[in-house]
Unconditional design. Sequence first.
Length: 270
Amino acid sequence: MRTNLVLALLGVFWAGMNVLLWRAEFGRHTLFAGDVPVEVVWQKILTAQDSSPLEIRQRGRRIGFCRWTTTVEEAPPTEPSGAGPEGLVRRLVGYKVELEGNAALGGLPDRLRFDAEAKFDANHNLTRVRVRLGLLSAGFEILANAADESVQLSFDDGSGRLTTRTFKFAQLRNPALLGEQLFGSDLSEPSLLGMLLPGLDNARALAAQFTCRAENDWLRIGQATIRAYKVEVQLPNRRKAVVYVSRVGEILRVELPGELRLTNQQLIPM
């Protein structure tokens, strides 16, 4: 069980860091836009006034809960208090996205706790990622910074022993070597990582498998329908994710592979 958990965590890390690596090396990926430019919808999400509480269900069964929150970050005011209009953003520094929650996943002895944070600059470029995963007393954390192209991994196996490793983006191109450095030769076999990460040979190949389009749509809630943006993300291995976003940037519903669905609690009948 512990080996499977480590492999799953390594998979999350490897996929996420390859996306960050690709952004650093090749710039922003071209997104195929539908009726609405994807950047317009993303800007609305980043500047949403309210957080999005989401119930997590798999095959119709409730398995967890999470909360999506965005924050607009600005530079400290340079004028004395009261010198300008209240609430005015004087200089935009960037944006912060936070996701926290827990879920009961099949095969795991306890609920998986997760806490993620991503920071973007004013031009929507990803600058920092932090992901924490916890199970029982064990914990795993990834901290990646685009500025110095470094990734720090911390792993607590529950015995009170904390293992920390720091890597450069260039080292992420070899998953077998990375697995050996992190967990030993038993997890560096190409067959194991190949089964876990099919098709993720390098960052360029990964990025080529992601496309995104947005369009105006209607979301049916009970007997009513509401206007929303529909964002469809094509994932590796011919999978896809669909996100419905309100006109003011709140996350309404997320449909993921594995029959996972996240639904805004405000849309769930009491």
